[in-house]
Design a protein around this ligand. Sequence first.
Ligand code: MG
Length: 340
Amino acid sequence: MIMNLRVATYDLQLKHTFTISRSARKSVPVVFCEFEHDGIIGRGESSPSSRYNESVQTVLKFFEKINLKRFGNEVDIPRIMDYINQVDSGNSAAKAAIDISIHDWIGKKEGVPLWKKWNLDKSKIPITSFTIGIDSPDLISQKVKEAEEYPILKVKLGVADDLEIIKIIRKHTSKLIRVDANEGWKIKEEALEKIMWLVKQNIELIEQPMPATQLDDIKWLHERAGLPLIADESVSNSADIKDIAGYFDGINIKLMKAGGLREAYKMIEEAKKNNLKIMLGCMIESSLAISAAAQLLPFADYADLDGNLLISNDPFDGVKYQDGYIKLSDEPGLGVTKRL
Ligand code: MG
């Protein structure tokens, strides 16, 4: 019996054009993969981002280089992922798809959900935030209404009219807000001025206030900001953590940056050692990759797994949402099924 790896591309359609400080998109192309062996299919997903020099084309090219024949009959995640990692550097979203599919396969083979395999308590999961992208005042108002059932909003800033965006939202709701500037603030004094205004607006934290390349400015800001700073673009994998510890209060862990669940798990251990808070985040992804990341939620201080809620053609059923809480399934593997 050989291990089979199949891929297919798919366009996730966004309910609203999704705008952040550096880009605007109506749809997001992703790559799904199936790892089949011994009559069991494990599923994975790759949502490549140009911010990390990946695209559907680079993901497909990476898959062409993979040959699992060398592993014979033994599905050993560390051995297979060590091989995948040495095939080429980077390509973390491509690697994530493979890692996710093999984890799903292992869970199905053993008949356990991954959170249970890792001895995690699924009742200990923080509330997830719902993301509001940058938009016109009318659309922002509409999105805030659509997000009514979610107790925490994540608001994308990093543009000229940041304060206006928050003022519009505050006309409709006083609920807790997380701000994500997506590297949009380029001048430290201006960033500090915005944060000093935001402190008074029931803001929980600021994610990636300034570009990852401006770490000295981020350090300056961190010494003065009255709100926790969370690293997103500044940290992709466990090796990056030592470079940013001390400049941030926490890190946003995403499977697509890390290269899958195995590395995300290592990041959690490394974050704990460095006294950093843990946020589990996502790209725009279907319920497949979201359900994979959700397996690690009992480790998280902050949950930000809503990429699947922003799309209109999700081909998978996975984790459920209740009053802002993600409910992990008792089904084996990722607990994901394909919609007909
Ligand atoms: Mg972010």
